[in-house]
Design a protein around this ligand. Structure first.
Ligand code: GLP
Length: 241
């Protein structure tokens, strides 16, 4: 595991964008695993800037996103489809047909999870998976629990996640209670993993994730078992390490 210390959020975003750019340059038809949340927004902004300068080409890139709220349509401003489109896809030359996100409007969980597992299989696996870190150690929407769920599954969001994400909704009551998420096995099968973390409020969970016990109670701790993980975090997030 490599840990890069960034000065601040902007520096973290730039360093992480450099790593993703290298992936796209070295393998123009790569499969990127993409993430939502506030942390990767700066990474996407930086990639858009370099794309506009002519340094990056996403025309052959395929993407698979980690997760989606169950029950939100694509055009809901808090759906992850909407997030990816407005924060990244609309400003680069990726072919939307090559982008994949779980379908939040499929109410049959079993059907949707099976479909999404096939999607990931069909794109041939993930070359580089970008990850953020939840305050409770979740990755994607793999919440702390008794087991590491392997494949795409439907999760009941924990109170702490609903609490953390309510800032984006009118009220906590509006936050969906369930989500579809890629499983831990699929994330761990990505060839490379890039974890971005910012802010002092993530310092303890980052330390637990990287140096604590490997346990499903801290889902991100499983990353200790992956052989190609790069962590880019700012000084505040690394303050306890
Ligand atoms: C969300 C997402 C995660 C994300 C996490 C942290 O719930 N499902 O993929 O990493 O929360 O979000 P943020 O970066 O806003 O702290």
């Amino acid at each position: 595991m490599r840990i890069y210390k960034a000065k601040d959020y902007q520096d973290m975003s730039r360093k992480a964008a450099n790593i993703l750019s290298a992936q796209v340059i070295m393998k123009p038809n790569c499969v990127l695993g993409l993430a939502t949340g506030s942390t990767p927004i700066g990474v996407y902004k930086q990639l858009i800037e370099w794309y506009r300068k002519g340094d990056l080409d996403f025309s052959e890139v395929k993407s698979v996103n980690l997760d989606e709220y169950k029950g939100l349509p694509k055009d809901h401003d808090q759906s992850y489809y909407y997030f990816m489109y407005t924060n990244f896809f609309k400003d680069i030359n990726i072919d939307m047909a090559n982008t994949n996100i779980p379908n939040g409007m499929e109410m049959d969980s079993e059907k949707e999870c099976e479909r999404y597992n096939h999607v990931i299989e069909k794109v041939g696996g993930i070359d580089m998976q970008l990850l953020g870190l939840g305050h409770n150690g979740h990755i994607g929407f793999n919440e702390p629990g008794e087991v590491f769920e392997k494949m795409t599954h439907c999760v009941n969001l924990t109170e702490s996640t609903i609490e953390a994400n309510k800032r984006f909704f009118a009220s906590a009551d509006d936050v969906p209670r369930q989500a579809y998420t890629m499983g831990i096995k699929t994330i761990m099968q990505a060839k490379k993993i890039l974890l971005v973390v910012s802010g002092v409020d993530k310092a303890q969970i980052l330390r637990d994730s990287l140096f604590g016990a490997v346990t499903s109670n801290v889902p991100a701790s499983i990353l200790q078992m992956h052989n190609d993980v790069t962590v880019v975090a700012d000084e505040a997030a690394l303050s306890l390490i």
